[in-house]
Design a protein around this ligand. Structure first.
Ligand code: PSU
Ligand code: MN
Length: 288
């Protein structure tokens, strides 16, 4: 097993504005390195899945505008078109496990969209069928969180609250929704990963870490901003793939940059906690 923490790249290619996107990636990488494990950013480079994308290539992807947002189903396609791609949680989880990396850090997972039960992220079936460990701050707050949490339960995904009893709402610490179990240390998570593997369960463990308190949005700041952003999206008929980037960008404007600052703070914090979990897991995995 490698002592590495995987990082997804869609958050950089499609989730954050320039030039913050590349800086966020670099900050996550140094946060992991400082704690011991090697960061392993994953992306598609000219059609090929690459684990440990070099920094110069990451910068190229961060600046480019013709990068594909790759979920699982896109992986065979880019092999043919030779496009560059940012990998979402579903594709990153698959590629990380294939490379022998267990722990992976991100901001928020995809889930069930508001109002439309038909729009469900490929992240959910991937978490249900791939045995990894994903450190996140819950699901993107633009989603229907109660339905997303229900779906994780139906799918057999183990949902842990990291030093919290609540499923976090991305940039906001509270959602009012409970998690399956609260854990308070990286060692406790490592033990749960080992147990899952020992019994042969093949689903993911979702470690939910709330946004650091100093940077988090209050529930009312989030809801009022989001309501306006959703209205704007509807008025401008923004749907599908374009919806998340639009909403995140519009929300950043509504909150005068506070949601963007919260997004960056939680990404770095999640990278740090993923590195601590990896360190504890690695210690328990190598015979001493
Ligand atoms: N959370 C964010 N920004 C993002 C994403 C999540 O704040 O860009 C990305 C992640 O890569 C996640 C993907 O896997 O969005 C889910 O997209 P969709 O809802 O289209 O499945
Ligand atoms: Mn979607």
């Amino acid at each position: 097993m490698k002592n590495q923490v995987a990082l997804e790249t869609t958050v950089m290619t499609h989730g954050l504005p320039l030039p913050t996107n590349f800086q966020a990636m670099r900050d996550m990488m140094s946060a992991i390195r400082e704690l011991g494990p090697e960061p392993a950013p994953i992306a598609i480079i000219r059609g090929k899945p690459v684990v440990n994308v070099p920094e110069a290539e990451l910068e190229r992807l961060a600046l480019a505008s013709d990068v594909r947002k790759c979920s699982l189903r896109d992986l065979p396609i880019v092999g043919n078109t030779l496009e560059d791609g940012g990998t979402t949680v579903s594709a990153t989880l698959f590629l990380a496990l294939r490379a022998g990396i267990q722990v992976f850090a991100t901001g928020g997972i995809g889930g069930v969209h508001r109002g439309d039960d038909g729009d469900v992220s490929a992240d959910l079936p991937a978490l249900a069928t791939l045995p990894g460990t994903v450190v996140c701050s819950g699901a993107k707050s633009i989603l229907d969180l109660p339905k997303t949490v229900e779906r994780l339960e139906s799918d057999g995904v183990t949902v842990l609250g990291y030093q919290t009893d609540e499923f976090p709402a991305f940039t906001c610490r509270e959602s009012g929704l409970p998690v399956d179990h609260r854990v308070d240390s990286p060692e406790a998570v490592a033990e749960i990963i080992h147990t899952r593997d020992a019994i042969g369960l093949r689903s993911s463990i979702l470690v939910c870490v709330p946004c650091p308190p100093k940077s988090a949005l209050t529930p009312s700041e989030l809801e009022s901003g989001l309501e306006l952003s959703l209205e704007n999206a509807e008025r401008q008929k923004i749907t599908g793939k374009a919806l998340t980037p639009f909403l995140l960008d519009d929300l950043a404007r509504q909150t005068r940059g506070k949601s963007l600052a919260a997004n960056l703070a939680l990404l770095i914090n999640n990278a740090r906690i993923a590195a601590e979990i990896q360190t504890a897991f690695f210690k328990g995995s190598v015979p001493s």
